[in-house]
Structures are given as structure tokens and as C-alpha cells.
Design a binder for this molecule. Structure first.
Ligand code: GRF
Length: 215
């Protein structure tokens, strides 16, 4: 059975801030032809613009503040309970600035993806992929959507988009150019997942042809 015959895949989006990647997912899933639907937004911060975007789109959103829990593990255990409650099938980290606990990764293995603003494995493991690329002096950077594993930014890569680093770039101009590509590849990766077209083979992610077509 193909996804087209089924209910749309229930996607939960994790955010911490501005939520422009969340917006790209909202726009893509509202087009009507998506195999995914946004079932919930989870934030580890209060009052962020991403929550407003969720509210405007009518997506249930819940805030899990670190200070309300004894540990990050307990905070993320509460997130996991909420994911189960809403029946989330795919989790998307879209500008989520917390490290995901190994227990959460294990509970959701193969069902969590992340967008990172560099061409991994370069400039992973932190929150400043764009600044690090600029400081290093690379001529090409970009963004990566990958499966989340226990290592930070080291999981199997689903999609990447390259972006040139220009002579007069600042962190802001480079980030903006990368962000445009993030908004393109994140919804594309979610759609591929929802269509059941991603197969993890060791470190590699094979993208299968659309249903009804062969290689
Ligand atoms: C993006 O650059 C994302 O790759 C990084 O944080 C930023 C979040 O932006 N992890 P937004 O909240 O989606 O606008």
C-alpha cells in the first residue's frame, strides 16, 4: 500500500525560536498534496515566534521548559509521552537547540530527522555551523537533513544542498542564503519519508523511486 492510500503521516516538529523551517513545513503540508500532516509542535522555550506560527496554522503546541523538570532526561521523557499521546510517527528537529537524550533517540530510532546549517560532516556538533564555516574559510557551505542518532549531527544523511560562500559574506548573509535551501530540502525530506522512500543502509540513506516506478 502506498502512502497515498493511507492517512497522512503524523509529524511532530521540535522548535526553539523563530520557526522559519516550521513555516516551510506548514506551507508544504498545507498545499494539499503532501503525504504528511503536522500533528504537534514541541518547544523547549516559551514565547518564541515558532509557537505563534503553530497557533496561526492551528497546530497543537506544547512547551516543555527545562526548569520545570529535574533533568533534561525527565524533560525529554515528558516530550516522549506527549509524542505518544498525539500519535507522532516522524519527529523533525527544526531549529531545536537542545541535545536529544540517548534515551529519546533510542525510543524513536529511525524516526527523528534534523536540519543542520552546514554540509556535514563539516561544522557539526554545535549551534554555529554558518559562523564556523565562515571562520574556517571554506568556499562552499550549505545544509544537511539527516537522521538523528546518539552522536550529535553524525547520523545518516538524507539530503544536502550546497551554497557558495561569497567574498563579502557575513554570518548574516551566509545564514540567509543557507536558510533558503533549508526551507527547500527539509520539506522535501519529510515528503520522501512520508512516502516511505527512505531506506537506511548503514551510513547511507537510499532514496527509492516513487511508487510505481523502478530504478
Ligand atoms: C536553522 O538555521 C537551523 O538549521 C538551525 O537553526 C536555525 C533555525 O531557524 N538548526 P528557524 O527557527 O527554523 O527559523
Amino acid at each position: 500500500m502506498t502512502r497515498q492510500d493511507k492517512d497522512p503521516l503524523r509529524v511532530a516538529v521540535f522548535v526553539s525560536g523563530r520557526g522559519s523551517n516550521l513555516q516551510a513545513l506548514i506551507d508544504a503540508t498545507q498545499k494539499g498534496q503532501s503525504s504528511a500532516r503536522l500533528a504537534a509542535v514541541l518547544s523547549n522555550r516559551d514565547g518564541v515566534y515558532a509557537l505563534e506560527r503553530a497557533q496561526r496554522a492551528g497546530i497543537p503546541a506544547r512547551v516543555f521548559l527545562r526548569r520545570d523538570y529535574a533533568s533534561r532526561a525527565e524533560q525529554q521523557a515528558a516530550m516522549l509521552a506527549y509524542l505518544r499521546q498525539v500519535g507522532a510517527e516522524l519527529m523533525v528537529l527544526a531549529g531545536f537547540d537542545q541535545i536529544v537524550e540517548p534515551s529519546l533517540v533510542r525510543a524513536l530510532e529511525g524516526r527523528v530527522i534534523n536540519i543542520h546549517p552546514s554540509l556535514l560532516p563539516s561544522f557539526g556538533g554545535g549551534l554555529h555551523g554558518q559562523a564556523d564555516a565562515l571562520a574556517y574559510g571554506v568556499k562552499v557551505s550549505g545544509c544537511t537533513v539527516h537522521f538523528v542518532t546518539e552522536g550529535v549531527d553524525t547520523g545518516p544523511i538524507i539530503m544536502q544542498a550546497p551554497v557558495p560562500v561569497l567574498e563579502d559574506d557575513t554570518v548574516e548573509t551566509l545564514s540567509a542564503r543557507i536558510l533558503e535551501q533549508e526551507h527547500r530540502i527539509l520539506p522535501a525530506a519529510v515528503e520522501l519519508y512520508a512516502e516511505g522512500r527512505l531506506r537506511i543502509e548503514g551510513r547511507r540513506v537510499r532514496i527509492l523511486p516513487p511508487a510505481g516506478k523502478s530504478d
